[in-house]
Design a protein around this ligand. Structure first.
Ligand code: SF4
Ligand code: SF4
Length: 545
């Protein structure tokens, strides 16, 4: 399916009809489940591993999804419970005035034109059932009050469309009432999970994470092997071999990053950047350990239910306690930071066995991390640069014309706008912003967040990635941009495919790859290549002579 979508020419894919059908209401047009748009069903062994109900083989294209006979009661009871538990959900169900301000703000609607991907209509899929079951007007007036029964077709429609929302929250920014459709999607997915209706691209990483500590299911010895490969490469490039410690008790700081940085290009170069930075800081007083057990910052549980997110997140504090560290430094990740910043205190806190984070090098107190005790690595590095603690040679990144993609979760989920930009501007000479309405809090999703980064749903991903790619194309044509920097492992995994398709010639990097390139290590040999093994600017000519 992936190949099929990529074979469609971008000019063809970009022919998008945004006109809703005339003369017929959305309820009268049944949803059609199309290959290329959905992810495969969760496999029974993965559902079993994390105690999700109804493990069985099934396919979204099947007539019969093999549900329990009382599936409707289960869902409606689940909705009733959640309306009582989450005041926000009840409010979001009641207050939408259908003004349409959010309608054209979703990347999936912009790139695909399917009206059910307008945030207002996506929420209406659930709201219509809410009205029917929980409001007097809906019970009496039915369709005239925008209400409808929950039947098998409606349930399938929910599954199809709530797994076409990347929970990016862009729509919420434009809603005059602050309705957050991502929160509605989260609840709808919880309801679907009560019936065992998950996707394998979510349930497999969640099960892996529960079993081995990371999404890819990599065991501690393999994690160590990967770090050793990076050390070999760093030694080859710089002549210096860092000596990081793993699982060391009594260290001051525990470092946790998404496993994508350790196992998948181009995140691996970001990981090399961390290793170079920590080596540099060792002599300045950084006492840091990695962990092969808390080997994942990301949290695919968050795309399943609040309970699953809490369960997977617990390992961070558990490992910090076991090792006896004072605070935690977190790597470049998206949903990891949304969970940490918005939920960790309530999920797993209070972390009163940890201390308020203080940089051992600059003495800066990270007061924003007072409760979670976790600091984002771009905050940490920006602080080092601000205090003149890093020797940087920006010219080593002169082959790059860089733009910055604000990841939805770090931008809208935690307000991290300036620190990554500050680090990039201090490690690169050429930096260009994309248009204002596509960055910072208005940033466009990569199109593959919240567990949509599979291969079989490639048409959806490419369509969802179109608005972001379009903004990249603007700076490519205007400024010659050839590299997009980001602080999210899913972005690093997803955007290369979307950019290759829509804007060939633009690569993807993590911010700390740029740091690793620019940082001048004491005693290092003259570098000839960057961390990717490409000749440094100026070195190509020398080779030719
Ligand atoms: S949260 Fe993002 S993906 Fe979901 S409806 Fe809103 S804009 Fe679309
Ligand atoms: S902007 Fe808010 S109130 Fe208006 S349609 Fe969208 S969700 Fe409803």
């Amino acid at each position: 399916m992936a190949e099929k979508a990529e074979k469609v020419k971008p000019e063809q894919m970009a022919q998008i009809n945004h006109q809703p059908p005339l003369f017929k209401g959305w309820m009268d047009i049944p949803a059609e489940i199309k290959p290329g748009v959905f992810c495969y069903a969760g496999k029974p062994q993965n559902l079993k591993y994390i105690d999700l109900p109804n493990p069985r083989e099934w396919s979204p294209m099947d007539e019969d999804w093999k549900l329990p006979s009382n599936w409707k009661e289960i869902v409606l009871e689940g909705l009733r419970e959640r309306l009582e538990r989450f005041r926000s959900l009840k409010i979001f169900m009641d207050i939408c005035v259908r003004c349409g301000a959010c309608a054209d703000k979703c990347h999936f609607f912009i790139g695909g034109g399917d009206p059910r991907n307008m945030p207002v209509l996506r929420a209406e899929l659930l709201r219509s059932v809410y009205r029917r079951e929980f409001t007097t007007a809906g019970k009496i007036l039915g369709k005239f009050a925008g209400a409808r029964d929950l039947d098998y077709q409606v349930l399938k429609e929910w599954w199809y469309y709530f797994f076409q929302c990347s929970e990016c929250r862009r729509c919420s920014l434009f809603c005059p009432y602050g309705i957050d459709t991502a929160e509605i999607t989260i609840i709808a997915r919880e309801l679907l999970n009560l019936l065992g209706l998950n996707t394998d691209w979510i349930s497999a990483p969640a099960a892996n994470c529960y079993r081995t500590g990371n999404h890819l299911g990599i065991q501690p010895h393999a994690y160590k092997d990967m770090i050793d490969f990076f050390l070999d490469d760093i030694e080859g490039i710089t002549g210096i071999r860092p000596e990081p410690s793993l699982n060391r008790k009594g260290a001051e700081v525990l470092f946790i990053t998404p496993s994508g940085d350790v196992f998948a290009d181009p995140g691996t170069y970001t990981c090399m950047g961390y290793l170079i930075l920590f080596h540099y800081l060792q002599n300045l007083g950084l006492d840091l350990t990695w962990s092969t057990f808390a080997s994942e910052g990301g949290n695919f549980g968050y795309f399943t239910s609040h309970e699953m997110a809490k369960r997977l997140n617990a390992k961070m504090y558990a490992e910090a306690k076991r090792l006896g560290v004072k605070w935690i430094l977190g790597g470049e990740c998206g949903h990891m930071w949304r969970v940490l910043n918005q939920y960790m205190d309530t999920f797993n806190g209070p972390a009163d066995f940890l201390e308020e984070p203080v940089s051992p090098i600059t003495g800066t107190k990270f007061e924003n991390a007072k409760t979670t005790k976790m600091v984002h690595i771009t905050e940490f590095t920006a602080d080092l640069i601000k205090h003149n603690k890093l020797k940087l040679d920006k010219s080593r990144n002169d082959n790059l014309k860089v733009t910055f993609h604000d990841s939805c979760n770090t931008a809208r989920g935690m307000g991290l706008f300036e620190e990554p930009r500050y680090v990039i501007k201090n490690t690169c000479n050429h930096f260009y912003e994309m248009p204002e309405n596509t960055i910072r809090e208005q940033t466009f999703c990569c199109g593959s967040g919240s567990g949509l980064n599979a291969g079989e749903n490639m048409e959806l991903r490419l369509r969802g990635g179109l608005p972001r790619a379009n903004a990249v194309k603007y700076v490519q044509e205007k400024n010659g941009v050839n590299m997009l920097a980001c602080v999210c492992a899913i972005d690093r995994a997803a955007l290369p495919t979307a950019l290759d398709y829509w804007v060939p010639g633009v690569g993807v990097t993590g911010v700390h790859e740029l740091v690793g390139n620019a940082l001048i290590l004491e005693g290092e040999k003259e570098r000839e290549t960057n961390l990717r093994g490409d000749p440094l600017p100026g070195m190509e000519e020398e080779e030719d002579v």
